[in-house]
Write a protein that binds this ligand. Structure first.
Ligand code: GAP
Length: 509
């Protein structure tokens, strides 16, 4: 099945099974804003806990905060967001649709890469074990021609971005013959910059109200609390401050479901280091964060690093961790070496000294910062994309979410085989004993097969069935989601069996 179709099914599945709903749906929805349903919120909370515990619990020198969304408007002037947090936009005059010029060009680059991948997979099928990919890439004329196109376009694109050359961006779109996917035409407007911050008014709406912004990143809340945390926590450099919270961006081109939203959540960590050591720390965090992703077992080849074409105004190194979504490799997390840009700017704009006295060097300096920044919603989409499976069975088929047990919304479903003979009571008792440790669900409706399918569809890793034998010997069957195998175990064993698989502690260890 085409990846696009799988993605459509995934979106429909998310709604049908209470993971993600369109915001304000009964009023026809609000663009690029989504709500999380009863299963979605559990998965989201588990992702956040996986991140928080990995960053804060396991690193002695990383602490957390929770700063306000509203902040003093000068913060956004100091951070550069008022002047530079822009997207280059272009409109198609026929369809009246608006696009990000950089995204149109990136998609063109991806098309050339797809062509190369197709040649390689065709040749790999043809030559079997004898296939030498490296040699093929270096000699096949079609691969070489496409690689040359990529290299030329890449160089031109990077230069245009770095020079902020909007005329050249438009020229690239024209020269590459990029067409509007809706109208199919090349009738483009000029490219212009558009600021992504939402603003509102604080105070009365009459005179005296001041314009403030909804934060477009949580990081600034960390920077402006650097002194508070360093002093009250007696933190010694290097140390980090982590935060999970909402961020808002007026994304003009909001597509691909929860991949690009106007209201979303970030998990960010700013790591404060001695100037000159930032690139070593950047390398360390790059590896640490990649390990965190790969630990979920979605396949190492489905991740890659992507070096930035254009460094943000605050960075001296930046890399993305990309995951292979059904719509291609896309960014899930960014790791940035932000230099001393933010703290220096806040020092200048606030007039407060923001420095660290280093007892080893016996001098004060503005710390450098390495940031790790991941979107909760993108991580959520990554987990769903990687977990969604349609399986053909002997007699029928099933849709199963193979979510790692540690992240699964519901850990255990308990099902009486029939609604009588004391089986529901025993089932309820099992839940009462286990509900303090795991999120459990009771289900007695429909055939046992249908109940299994419902739990597969939301990714429940364990189903326990209570039958008549249970009343005799206190044993139940436990059914494993991925293998669908069943085994008979004592009721007293259930907690131990499940505990081993879903424990975040064991997973992190
Ligand atoms: N503080 C740095 C920063 O905000 P970013 O690359 O703009 O960097 C970091 O964003 C992460 O936040 C991204 O890797 C992505 O996971 C998430 N993110 C950014 N914009 C988003 C959006 N519109 N919708 C959902 N997630 C988004």
């Amino acid at each position: 099945m085409a990846q696009e179709d799988i993605f459509k099914k995934l979106v429909a599945h998310s709604k049908e099974y209470g993971f993600v709903f369109q915001s304000s749906e009964i009023y026809d929805g609000l663009g690029a804003v989504y709500d999380y349903g009863q299963n979605g919120v559990e998965l989201k909370n588990n992702i956040k806990k996986y991140w928080w515990d990995s960053m804060v619990l396991l690193h002695e020198n990383v602490v957390g905060i929770d700063s306000a969304i509203f902040m003093h408007p000068t913060i956004w002037k100091a951070s550069g967001h008022v002047d530079a947090f822009n997207d280059p936009l272009i409109d198609n005059k026929d369809s009246k649709k608006r696009y990000r010029a950089d995204v149109l060009i990136e998609e063109q680059l991806a098309k050339y890469e797809e062509k190369i991948d197709k040649e390689i997979s065709k040749a790999a099928d043809r030559f079997g074990d004898a296939f030498n990919e490296k040699q093929f890439r270096e000699t096949n004329p079609r691969v070489l021609a496409n690689q040359e196109k990529i290299d030329i376009l890449h160089e031109r694109f990077t230069k245009a971005l770095n020079d902020n050359d909007l005329i050249e961006l438009k020229q690239i779109i024209i020269d590459e013959g990029i067409v509007c996917p809706i109208s199919g035409s090349r009738n483009w407007t000029d490219v212009r910059q558009f600021n992504l911050m939402f603003s509102t008014e604080m105070g009365s709406t009459a005179e005296g109200a001041s314009k403030i912004f909804l934060r477009p990143e949580t990081a600034q809340g960390i920077f402006v609390n650097y002194l508070n945390v360093q002093k009250t926590g007696r933190m010694k450099i290097p140390f980090g401050i982590a935060q999970i919270g909402k961020a808002f961006r007026n994304e003009i081109v909001a597509r691909q479901f929860i991949f690009r939203m106007r209201e979303f959540e970030q998990m960010e960590m700013q790591f404060f280091v001695k100037p000159g050591s930032e690139l070593d720390w950047f390398a360390k965090w790059k590896e640490t964060r990649m390990k965190w992703h790969r630990a979920l077992g979605f396949g190492d080849d489905n991740y890659r690093f992507h070096e930035h074409e254009k460094l943000a105004h605050y960075a001296n190194a930046a890399v993305d961790i990309e995951y292979k979504f059904p719509f291609g490799f896309k960014e899930v997390e960014g790791i940035h070496s932000r230099t001393d840009f933010d703290l220096s700017q806040h020092q200048e704009y606030s007039g407060k000294k923001i420095q660290y006295f280093d007892p080893e060097l016996n001098e004060s300096y503005v710390p450098y910062v390495v940031e790790t920044s991941i979107g909760v919603d993108r991580m959520f989409l990554q987990v769903l994309s990687a977990s969604y499976c349609e399986e053909q069975l002997e007699k029928d088929s099933r849709v199963v979410l193979k979510i790692p047990p540690v992240l699964a919304p519901v850990k255990l479903a308990v099902m009486p085989l029939v609604k009588k003979d004391g089986l529901p009571e025993i089932s309820r008792q099992i839940i009462d004993d286990l509900k303090f440790d795991f999120y459990c669900q009771y289900d007695e409706k429909d055939s046992i097969g249908k109940r299994y399918r419902r739990q597969d569809a939301i990714g429940t890793p364990f189903c326990v069935t209570v039958d008549h034998q249970t009343t005799q010997d206190n044993t139940v069957t436990i059914r494993y989601r991925d293998t669908m195998e069943q085994e008979r175990v004592a009721i007293s064993e259930i907690g131990k069996i499940i505990g081993k698989q879903v424990s975040l502690k064991d997973f992190l260890k």
